[in-house]
Design a protein around this ligand. Sequence first.
Ligand SMILES: Nc1ncnc2c1ncn2[C@@H]1O[C@H](COP(=O)(O)OP(=O)(O)OP(=O)(O)O)[C@@H](O)[C@H]1O
Length: 366
Amino acid sequence: MTATETAKATTADVVLEAENLTKHFPVRRGLRDLFTTERKAVHAVDDIQLTLRRGRVTALVGESGSGKSTVARLLAQLYSRTSGDIRLHGESVTVHGGRKFRAYCRQVQMIFQDPFASLNPVHTVRYHLTRALKIHGRAGKNAAELEENLNSLLLRVQLTPPERYLDKFPHELSGGQRQRVSIARALGADPEALLADEPVSMLDVSIRLGVLNLLRDLKERLDLAILYITHDIASARYFADETMVMYAGRMVEGGDSETVTQQPAHPYTRLLIESAPDPDRLDRVGDATGVGRGGNPTDAPADEAGGEPPSLITPPTGCRFHPRCVHAMPKCSTELPPRFELPVIGGTGDEGHWAACWLYEEGAAK
Ligand SMILES: Nc1ncnc2c1ncn2[C@@H]1O[C@H](COP(=O)(O)OP(=O)(O)OP(=O)(O)O)[C@@H](O)[C@H]1O
Protein backbone atom coordinates (compact mmCIF):
# COMPACT_ATOMS: atom_id res chain seq x y z
CA MET A 1 0.00 0.00 0.00
CA THR A 2 1.38 3.44 -0.91
CA ALA A 3 1.56 6.24 1.68
CA THR A 4 -1.44 7.99 0.03
CA GLU A 5 -3.48 4.77 0.14
CA THR A 6 -2.59 4.26 3.81
CA ALA A 7 -3.63 7.84 4.58
CA LYS A 8 -6.95 7.31 2.73
CA ALA A 9 -7.61 4.04 4.57
CA THR A 10 -6.92 5.73 7.89
CA THR A 11 -9.26 8.62 7.07
CA ALA A 12 -11.99 6.14 6.08
CA ASP A 13 -11.59 4.44 9.46
CA VAL A 14 -12.27 7.63 11.39
CA VAL A 15 -15.66 7.46 13.09
CA LEU A 16 -15.67 10.33 15.56
CA GLU A 17 -13.43 13.38 15.88
CA ALA A 18 -13.20 16.21 18.37
CA GLU A 19 -11.38 19.36 17.41
CA ASN A 20 -10.48 22.06 19.94
CA LEU A 21 -13.27 20.75 22.15
CA THR A 22 -13.73 23.08 25.12
CA LYS A 23 -16.13 23.10 28.06
CA HIS A 24 -16.23 25.79 30.73
CA PHE A 25 -18.88 25.44 33.44
CA PRO A 26 -20.03 28.87 34.68
CA VAL A 27 -19.67 29.28 38.44
CA ARG A 28 -22.71 30.63 40.23
CA ARG A 29 -22.11 34.18 41.41
CA GLY A 30 -21.90 34.67 45.17
CA LEU A 31 -22.39 37.78 47.33
CA ARG A 32 -18.72 38.73 46.97
CA ASP A 33 -19.09 38.76 43.18
CA LEU A 34 -21.84 41.38 43.25
CA PHE A 35 -19.36 44.21 42.74
CA THR A 36 -17.41 42.62 39.91
CA THR A 37 -18.34 42.00 36.32
CA GLU A 38 -15.94 39.09 36.04
CA ARG A 39 -17.64 35.80 35.10
CA LYS A 40 -15.95 32.84 36.76
CA ALA A 41 -15.96 29.41 35.16
CA VAL A 42 -14.51 25.96 35.75
CA HIS A 43 -12.17 25.30 32.81
CA ALA A 44 -13.04 21.59 32.77
CA VAL A 45 -11.83 20.82 29.23
CA ASP A 46 -9.73 22.95 26.88
CA ASP A 47 -8.73 22.40 23.25
CA ILE A 48 -9.15 18.63 23.13
CA GLN A 49 -8.18 16.89 19.88
CA LEU A 50 -9.36 13.30 19.68
CA THR A 51 -9.94 10.78 16.93
CA LEU A 52 -11.80 7.49 17.38
CA ARG A 53 -11.26 4.90 14.66
CA ARG A 54 -13.19 1.81 13.64
CA GLY A 55 -11.93 -1.33 15.38
CA ARG A 56 -9.64 0.59 17.76
CA VAL A 57 -9.73 1.39 21.46
CA THR A 58 -8.50 4.83 22.51
CA ALA A 59 -7.84 5.27 26.21
CA LEU A 60 -8.26 8.63 27.90
CA VAL A 61 -6.23 8.52 31.09
CA GLY A 62 -5.82 11.00 33.93
CA GLU A 63 -6.43 11.55 37.61
CA SER A 64 -9.77 12.46 39.11
CA GLY A 65 -10.96 15.88 37.97
CA SER A 66 -8.77 16.00 34.86
CA GLY A 67 -11.84 16.29 32.62
CA LYS A 68 -12.16 12.76 31.21
CA SER A 69 -15.87 12.33 31.92
CA THR A 70 -16.61 15.79 30.59
CA VAL A 71 -15.01 14.82 27.28
CA ALA A 72 -17.17 11.68 27.11
CA ARG A 73 -20.32 13.62 27.98
CA LEU A 74 -19.55 16.24 25.36
CA LEU A 75 -19.07 13.50 22.76
CA ALA A 76 -22.33 11.86 23.86
CA GLN A 77 -24.08 15.27 23.52
CA LEU A 78 -25.08 15.17 27.18
CA TYR A 79 -23.35 18.54 27.65
CA SER A 80 -23.35 21.41 25.21
CA ARG A 81 -19.85 22.54 24.33
CA THR A 82 -18.39 25.98 24.96
CA SER A 83 -16.48 25.82 21.68
CA GLY A 84 -14.86 23.40 19.28
CA ASP A 85 -16.20 20.88 16.83
CA ILE A 86 -17.45 17.28 17.00
CA ARG A 87 -17.62 15.38 13.72
CA LEU A 88 -19.18 12.02 12.96
CA HIS A 89 -17.82 10.63 9.70
CA GLY A 90 -16.51 14.09 8.91
CA GLU A 91 -19.85 15.86 9.44
CA SER A 92 -20.17 18.42 12.23
CA VAL A 93 -22.89 17.86 14.77
CA THR A 94 -24.16 21.28 15.68
CA VAL A 95 -27.81 21.18 16.62
CA HIS A 96 -29.82 19.34 19.23
CA GLY A 97 -32.94 17.63 17.97
CA GLY A 98 -33.84 16.63 14.44
CA ARG A 99 -33.09 13.57 12.34
CA LYS A 100 -29.34 14.10 12.15
CA PHE A 101 -29.06 14.50 15.87
CA ARG A 102 -31.08 11.32 16.53
CA ALA A 103 -28.86 9.42 14.12
CA TYR A 104 -25.82 10.69 16.01
CA CYS A 105 -27.28 9.56 19.36
CA ARG A 106 -27.87 6.11 17.91
CA GLN A 107 -24.37 5.80 16.47
CA VAL A 108 -22.54 7.08 19.56
CA GLN A 109 -23.52 5.23 22.73
CA MET A 110 -22.25 5.69 26.26
CA ILE A 111 -21.56 3.13 28.98
CA PHE A 112 -21.45 4.55 32.49
CA GLN A 113 -19.26 3.69 35.43
CA ASP A 114 -22.01 2.50 37.75
CA PRO A 115 -24.29 -0.11 36.16
CA PHE A 116 -26.53 -0.08 39.26
CA ALA A 117 -27.27 3.61 38.83
CA SER A 118 -27.72 3.41 35.06
CA LEU A 119 -30.27 0.55 35.18
CA ASN A 120 -33.70 1.23 36.65
CA PRO A 121 -34.14 -1.07 39.70
CA VAL A 122 -37.89 -1.54 39.11
CA HIS A 123 -37.48 -2.89 35.58
CA THR A 124 -36.20 -6.21 34.26
CA VAL A 125 -33.42 -6.84 31.77
CA ARG A 126 -36.12 -7.57 29.19
CA TYR A 127 -37.65 -4.10 29.73
CA HIS A 128 -34.32 -2.28 29.44
CA LEU A 129 -33.28 -4.07 26.26
CA THR A 130 -36.73 -3.95 24.62
CA ARG A 131 -36.89 -0.21 25.22
CA ALA A 132 -33.46 0.31 23.63
CA LEU A 133 -34.43 -1.81 20.61
CA LYS A 134 -37.76 0.00 20.20
CA ILE A 135 -36.26 3.50 20.51
CA HIS A 136 -33.78 2.67 17.80
CA GLY A 137 -36.30 0.90 15.57
CA ARG A 138 -34.66 -2.51 15.90
CA ALA A 139 -37.32 -4.44 17.84
CA GLY A 140 -38.45 -6.46 14.82
CA LYS A 141 -41.88 -6.86 13.21
CA ASN A 142 -43.48 -9.18 15.77
CA ALA A 143 -43.03 -10.75 19.21
CA ALA A 144 -40.96 -13.63 17.86
CA GLU A 145 -38.49 -11.29 16.15
CA LEU A 146 -38.25 -9.16 19.28
CA GLU A 147 -37.46 -12.27 21.35
CA GLU A 148 -34.80 -13.27 18.83
CA ASN A 149 -33.21 -9.81 18.97
CA LEU A 150 -33.25 -9.81 22.77
CA ASN A 151 -31.56 -13.20 22.85
CA SER A 152 -28.91 -12.18 20.39
CA LEU A 153 -28.09 -9.05 22.43
CA LEU A 154 -27.57 -11.16 25.55
CA LEU A 155 -25.52 -13.70 23.64
CA ARG A 156 -23.33 -10.92 22.31
CA VAL A 157 -22.42 -9.88 25.86
CA GLN A 158 -21.94 -13.52 26.88
CA LEU A 159 -24.94 -13.74 29.23
CA THR A 160 -25.94 -17.28 28.39
CA PRO A 161 -28.39 -18.88 28.25
CA PRO A 162 -30.34 -15.63 27.60
CA GLU A 163 -33.59 -16.93 29.12
CA ARG A 164 -31.85 -17.14 32.50
CA TYR A 165 -31.27 -13.35 32.49
CA LEU A 166 -34.15 -11.80 30.54
CA ASP A 167 -36.62 -11.60 33.42
CA LYS A 168 -34.16 -10.72 36.16
CA PHE A 169 -34.13 -7.36 37.96
CA PRO A 170 -30.82 -5.48 38.31
CA HIS A 171 -30.48 -6.40 42.01
CA GLU A 172 -30.60 -10.10 41.09
CA LEU A 173 -27.45 -9.76 38.99
CA SER A 174 -23.80 -9.42 39.96
CA GLY A 175 -21.96 -6.17 39.19
CA GLY A 176 -20.27 -7.71 36.15
CA GLN A 177 -23.59 -9.05 34.83
CA ARG A 178 -25.21 -5.63 35.30
CA GLN A 179 -22.42 -3.97 33.35
CA ARG A 180 -22.90 -6.56 30.59
CA VAL A 181 -26.60 -5.66 30.48
CA SER A 182 -25.63 -1.97 30.15
CA ILE A 183 -23.33 -2.88 27.28
CA ALA A 184 -26.11 -4.96 25.66
CA ARG A 185 -28.46 -1.99 25.97
CA ALA A 186 -25.90 0.24 24.22
CA LEU A 187 -25.49 -2.40 21.50
CA GLY A 188 -29.28 -2.35 21.05
CA ALA A 189 -28.75 0.87 19.11
CA ASP A 190 -26.30 -0.85 16.74
CA PRO A 191 -23.72 1.90 17.39
CA GLU A 192 -20.43 2.62 15.64
CA ALA A 193 -18.76 4.19 18.68
CA LEU A 194 -18.90 3.29 22.35
CA LEU A 195 -17.90 5.80 25.02
CA ALA A 196 -17.01 3.72 28.08
CA ASP A 197 -16.57 5.95 31.14
CA GLU A 198 -14.59 3.92 33.70
CA PRO A 199 -16.62 0.81 32.79
CA VAL A 200 -14.85 -1.50 35.24
CA SER A 201 -13.77 0.73 38.10
CA MET A 202 -16.80 -0.13 40.25
CA LEU A 203 -16.50 -3.86 39.66
CA ASP A 204 -14.61 -6.40 41.76
CA VAL A 205 -11.04 -6.76 40.60
CA SER A 206 -11.65 -10.42 39.76
CA ILE A 207 -14.30 -9.63 37.13
CA ARG A 208 -12.79 -6.51 35.57
CA LEU A 209 -10.71 -8.44 33.09
CA GLY A 210 -13.77 -10.35 31.87
CA VAL A 211 -15.64 -7.13 31.03
CA LEU A 212 -12.57 -5.59 29.34
CA ASN A 213 -12.12 -8.77 27.32
CA LEU A 214 -15.78 -8.58 26.30
CA LEU A 215 -15.32 -4.99 25.09
CA ARG A 216 -12.23 -6.03 23.17
CA ASP A 217 -14.15 -8.90 21.60
CA LEU A 218 -16.94 -6.48 20.58
CA LYS A 219 -14.39 -4.08 19.13
CA GLU A 220 -13.04 -6.86 16.96
CA ARG A 221 -16.29 -8.56 15.97
CA LEU A 222 -18.39 -5.43 15.46
CA ASP A 223 -15.53 -3.16 14.35
CA LEU A 224 -16.49 -0.62 17.01
CA ALA A 225 -14.57 2.53 17.82
CA ILE A 226 -14.20 2.60 21.61
CA LEU A 227 -13.24 5.44 23.93
CA TYR A 228 -12.02 3.89 27.17
CA ILE A 229 -11.89 6.32 30.06
CA THR A 230 -9.81 5.30 33.04
CA HIS A 231 -7.52 6.56 35.77
CA ASP A 232 -5.64 3.25 35.58
CA ILE A 233 -2.88 3.65 33.03
CA ALA A 234 -1.82 0.00 33.44
CA SER A 235 -5.21 -1.17 32.11
CA ALA A 236 -4.82 1.21 29.16
CA ARG A 237 -1.65 -0.62 28.16
CA TYR A 238 -3.46 -3.92 28.31
CA PHE A 239 -6.67 -2.89 26.61
CA ALA A 240 -6.18 0.18 24.40
CA ASP A 241 -4.48 0.56 21.05
CA GLU A 242 -3.86 4.24 21.62
CA THR A 243 -3.53 6.19 24.86
CA MET A 244 -4.09 9.90 25.48
CA VAL A 245 -3.17 11.46 28.81
CA MET A 246 -5.11 14.39 30.30
CA TYR A 247 -4.06 16.74 33.05
CA ALA A 248 -6.23 19.54 34.43
CA GLY A 249 -8.46 19.72 31.37
CA ARG A 250 -5.75 19.52 28.72
CA MET A 251 -4.19 16.66 26.80
CA VAL A 252 -0.52 16.35 27.58
CA GLU A 253 0.65 13.22 25.75
CA GLY A 254 -0.60 10.68 23.24
CA GLY A 255 0.50 7.82 21.06
CA ASP A 256 0.22 4.07 20.78
CA SER A 257 -0.38 2.54 24.21
CA GLU A 258 2.81 0.51 24.33
CA THR A 259 4.96 3.58 23.67
CA VAL A 260 3.09 5.93 26.00
CA THR A 261 3.11 3.46 28.89
CA GLN A 262 6.60 2.05 28.37
CA GLN A 263 8.40 5.20 27.22
CA PRO A 264 6.37 8.01 28.80
CA ALA A 265 7.65 11.42 27.81
CA HIS A 266 5.59 14.00 29.70
CA PRO A 267 6.59 14.41 33.37
CA TYR A 268 2.92 14.00 34.34
CA THR A 269 2.60 10.69 32.47
CA ARG A 270 5.76 9.53 34.24
CA LEU A 271 4.25 10.49 37.56
CA LEU A 272 1.06 8.56 36.74
CA ILE A 273 3.05 5.49 35.76
CA GLU A 274 5.31 5.62 38.79
CA SER A 275 2.20 5.56 40.97
CA ALA A 276 0.94 2.44 39.14
CA PRO A 277 3.52 -0.34 39.53
CA ASP A 278 4.06 -2.52 36.47
CA PRO A 279 6.47 -5.47 36.81
CA ASP A 280 7.56 -5.19 33.14
CA ARG A 281 8.85 -1.71 33.79
CA LEU A 282 10.48 -2.08 37.18
CA ASP A 283 13.94 -2.73 35.74
CA ARG A 284 13.88 0.64 33.93
CA VAL A 285 12.08 2.78 36.48
CA GLY A 286 14.55 1.88 39.19
CA ASP A 287 17.55 2.60 36.94
CA ALA A 288 19.94 4.66 39.06
CA THR A 289 21.69 6.21 36.06
CA GLY A 290 18.71 8.46 35.44
CA VAL A 291 19.19 8.18 31.70
CA GLY A 292 16.27 6.95 29.63
CA ARG A 293 14.71 7.91 26.33
CA GLY A 294 17.22 9.72 24.15
CA GLY A 295 19.78 9.71 26.99
CA ASN A 296 19.08 13.24 28.13
CA PRO A 297 18.76 14.51 31.69
CA THR A 298 15.01 15.00 31.36
CA ASP A 299 14.74 11.25 31.20
CA ALA A 300 15.47 10.79 34.88
CA PRO A 301 12.91 8.16 35.81
CA ALA A 302 11.87 9.57 39.15
CA ASP A 303 9.58 12.53 38.53
CA GLU A 304 8.84 12.96 42.18
CA ALA A 305 6.44 15.78 41.64
CA GLY A 306 4.28 16.34 44.68
CA GLY A 307 1.40 18.71 45.18
CA GLU A 308 -2.19 18.76 44.12
CA PRO A 309 -4.00 19.32 40.82
CA PRO A 310 -4.63 23.05 40.28
CA SER A 311 -7.88 24.97 40.61
CA LEU A 312 -9.69 24.85 37.30
CA ILE A 313 -11.37 28.20 38.00
CA THR A 314 -8.00 29.94 37.75
CA PRO A 315 -5.81 27.34 36.04
CA PRO A 316 -2.04 27.97 35.94
CA THR A 317 -0.80 29.90 32.92
CA GLY A 318 1.53 28.15 30.48
CA CYS A 319 1.69 24.41 31.10
CA ARG A 320 -0.92 23.52 33.72
CA PHE A 321 1.44 20.95 35.22
CA HIS A 322 4.32 23.39 35.79
CA PRO A 323 3.63 24.09 39.52
CA ARG A 324 4.14 20.35 40.21
CA CYS A 325 6.81 19.61 37.66
CA VAL A 326 10.39 18.89 38.76
CA HIS A 327 11.66 19.83 35.28
CA ALA A 328 9.81 23.17 35.02
CA MET A 329 11.68 25.94 33.19
CA PRO A 330 10.77 29.67 33.24
CA LYS A 331 8.98 29.32 29.89
CA CYS A 332 6.68 26.61 31.27
CA SER A 333 4.85 29.08 33.49
CA THR A 334 4.17 31.59 30.72
CA GLU A 335 3.79 29.77 27.41
CA LEU A 336 1.41 26.95 26.59
CA PRO A 337 3.46 24.10 25.09
CA PRO A 338 2.28 22.83 21.69
CA ARG A 339 2.39 19.14 20.76
CA PHE A 340 5.96 18.06 19.98
CA GLU A 341 6.27 14.95 17.81
CA LEU A 342 8.62 12.35 19.32
CA PRO A 343 10.54 9.54 17.69
CA VAL A 344 8.84 6.19 18.30
CA ILE A 345 11.50 3.85 19.67
CA GLY A 346 10.42 0.27 19.01
CA GLY A 347 6.71 1.21 19.13
CA THR A 348 4.18 -1.26 17.85
CA GLY A 349 1.44 0.96 16.51
CA ASP A 350 1.08 3.44 13.69
CA GLU A 351 0.05 6.33 15.95
CA GLY A 352 2.58 9.13 16.25
CA HIS A 353 3.90 9.76 19.73
CA TRP A 354 3.71 13.35 21.00
CA ALA A 355 4.01 15.33 24.20
CA ALA A 356 2.89 18.87 24.99
CA CYS A 357 6.00 19.73 26.99
CA TRP A 358 8.73 22.30 26.42
CA LEU A 359 11.37 19.68 27.29
CA TYR A 360 10.87 18.29 23.80
CA GLU A 361 11.27 21.56 21.95
CA GLU A 362 14.20 21.24 19.61
CA GLY A 363 17.37 22.19 21.47
CA ALA A 364 15.80 22.07 24.95
CA ALA A 365 17.54 20.18 27.77
CA LYS A 366 20.03 18.47 25.48
N1 LIG B 1 -21.72 19.96 35.87
C1 LIG B 1 -20.60 20.53 36.32
N2 LIG B 1 -20.60 21.77 36.84
C2 LIG B 1 -19.47 22.37 37.28
N3 LIG B 1 -18.25 21.78 37.27
C3 LIG B 1 -18.18 20.53 36.79
C4 LIG B 1 -19.34 19.83 36.29
N4 LIG B 1 -18.97 18.60 35.85
C5 LIG B 1 -17.64 18.53 36.07
N5 LIG B 1 -17.17 19.68 36.62
C6 LIG B 1 -15.77 19.99 36.98
O1 LIG B 1 -14.99 19.78 35.82
C7 LIG B 1 -13.75 19.19 36.18
C8 LIG B 1 -13.56 17.91 35.40
O2 LIG B 1 -14.50 16.94 35.88
P1 LIG B 1 -14.65 15.49 35.25
O3 LIG B 1 -15.73 14.78 35.98
O4 LIG B 1 -14.78 15.60 33.77
O5 LIG B 1 -13.24 14.84 35.59
P2 LIG B 1 -12.80 13.30 35.55
O6 LIG B 1 -11.38 13.29 35.08
O7 LIG B 1 -13.77 12.52 34.79
O8 LIG B 1 -12.85 12.93 37.08
P3 LIG B 1 -13.43 11.57 37.75
O9 LIG B 1 -12.47 10.49 37.37
O10 LIG B 1 -13.40 11.89 39.22
O11 LIG B 1 -14.82 11.40 37.21
C9 LIG B 1 -13.76 19.00 37.69
O12 LIG B 1 -13.09 20.09 38.27
C10 LIG B 1 -15.23 19.02 38.02
O13 LIG B 1 -15.42 19.53 39.33
